[in-house]
Unconditional design. Sequence first.
Length: 74
Amino acid sequence: MAGEKENEKMYDVSALGFGDNVVDKYEHIKTMYPGGNCVNFAVYAKMFGAKRSAYMGYFGNDAEAEHVMYALDD
């Protein structure tokens, strides 16, 4: 398809990850990794060619929640 990178395929698939989100936080190296099964599902669906992909769930009101939301916006 026009405008796609070589070897990338888009599939007429919509994916919705509905549920939890988490952050793996490593204080000793000041690093946080966003994730959770539902978040990972939505992200990987998009990475592997789904035309539409989204995550739906609750977020907290702390720095960790902001980190996950920022990562999903990216």
